[in-house]
Write a protein of this length. Structure first.
Length: 357
């Protein structure tokens, strides 16, 4: 019998200044997958080696660049990983996945986190595996190995997360190279290898409250920065002064963003960071000046400003004055020959969902 469902996964912004690899917020900009499975449908010509006909809407971010073979595309590769861990080699025959993706790729808005969460949910649904969100997080964390975007995308809202300490055997399973986790393009021949199952309950998280008056302004430069490159410029060790600087702010920020009225004199300094943003200025023209170009005293309504995820998007939290704040940052980027678009985005309070089509 034919069946159909829709998977929706929010974008996310990680770090929020001092919470490197810890804090994330789900953003109401949704990656959507319309999935139909009709085993009686006539097989497609040029059919996919794993029975999945994948398409993107024309207006999707990445529509002309993402691969459409199921063992090459991040969403469907992830789904295949979940299926193969559970002894299902491919999608059911007659599977069609139509993607609508408004999340810009490689800009610090959690496009890969959303793709991985969507892929794990897709594998769980088509394989009828019945996993909880907590178990699905384990699968996600085998692929995207820091929990901030993944947790925000899966659970929604404003979340803090950490990875539990693993036993040596679990470490071996989890630190296996990604190429041995995700299926590699096979040229049609399935090697039959069963990928490593994720250890259980890898990620732990809490959801904080969020003052609903606080909106997110995303100023999105027109160039991509891969998360891998942006992590590559970070040091391996930090001084205790810099670590304490961030920990103090992190502790205050998680409550400051819940209070009413929100206090810019607390939030603005609590969003400062010494762990990742100073090092990323080499990859993002004008970053240091841009982050100090708007303050609550020059732009009333502004609460705080930071790099969104690994960048290059700038995230400003504000209750008012959205156009002027965005325009100032856009003008600063323009002086460095970088053009931007911008959006005001609400939080996605509920996280990823599956609903009938
Ligand atoms: N909807 C999608 N479909 C297929 N591949 C995707 C999709 N979204 C993201 N990707 C893959 O993920 C890559 C971007 O991941 P990357 O981690 O570098 O950036 P990001 O997730 O947008 O930023 P950040 O992690 O800082 O928030 C894209 O180049 C593409 O390969
Ligand atoms: N915490 C991550 C988020 C990006 O995926 C980083 O800043 O590299």
């Amino acid at each position: 019998m034919a069946r159909g469902f829709k998977i929706s996964v929010p974008a996310s912004s990680a770090n929020i200044g001092p919470g490197y690899d810890v804090l994330g917020i789900g953003l109401a900009l949704y990656l959507e997958l319309d999935v139909t499975i009709d085993s009686k449908a006539a097989p497609e010509t040029n059919s996919d080696p794993n029975n999945c006909k994948l398409t993107y809407s024309e207006d999707s971010e990445g529509a002309t660049t993402v691969p459409l073979r199921s063992d090459e595309n991040l969403i469907t590769r992830t789904a295949l990983y979940v299926l193969r861990c559970n002894n299902v080699r491919s999608f059911p025959s007659g599977t069609k996945v139509h993607v609508h993706n408004p999340i810009p790729l490689g800009r610090g808005l959690g496009s890969s986190g959303a793709a991985v969460v969507a892929g794990v949910m897709l594998g769980n649904e088509v394989g009828q595996l019945g996993f909880s969100k907590q178990r699905m997080l384990d699968y996600c964390l085998m692929i995207e190995r820091h929990p901030d975007n993944i947790t925000a995308a899966m659970m929604g809202g404003f979340a803090g997360s950490f990875l539990r300490e693993l036993t040596p055997a679990e470490v071996e399973r989890r630190e296996i190279p990604l190429s041995e986790v995700l299926p590699e393009p096979s040229g049609g021949d399935d090697t039959g290898l069963v990928p490593p199952l994720p250890p259980t309950d890898i990620g732990h998280h809490v959801k904080y409250q969020w003052n609903h008056k606080i909106k997110c302004i995303a100023i999105i430069p027109d160039f991509e920065l891969s998360t891998a490159d942006s992590r590559g410029v970070l040091p391996k060790a930090y001084t205790s002064t810099d670590l304490v600087f961030n920990l103090q702010r992190l502790a205050v920020l998680t409550t400051a963003l819940t209070q009413d009225p929100p206090d810019p004199n607390l939030i603005y300094p609590a969003m400062q960071d010494r762990v990742h943003q100073p090092y990323r200025k080499t990859l993002i023209p004008g970053l240091t000046e841009i982050l100090s170009s708007v303050t609550p005293s020059t732009y009333p309504g502004l609460l705080g400003i930071c790099l969104s995820g690994a960048g290059p998007t700038i995230l400003a939290l504000a209750v008012d004055n959205f156009d002027d704040i965005a325009q100032e940052i856009i003008n600063r980027f323009a002086k460095k020959n970088v053009t931007c678009r911008w959006k005001v985005i609400e939080l996605a309070y509920n996280g990823a969902e599956v609903n009938p089509l």
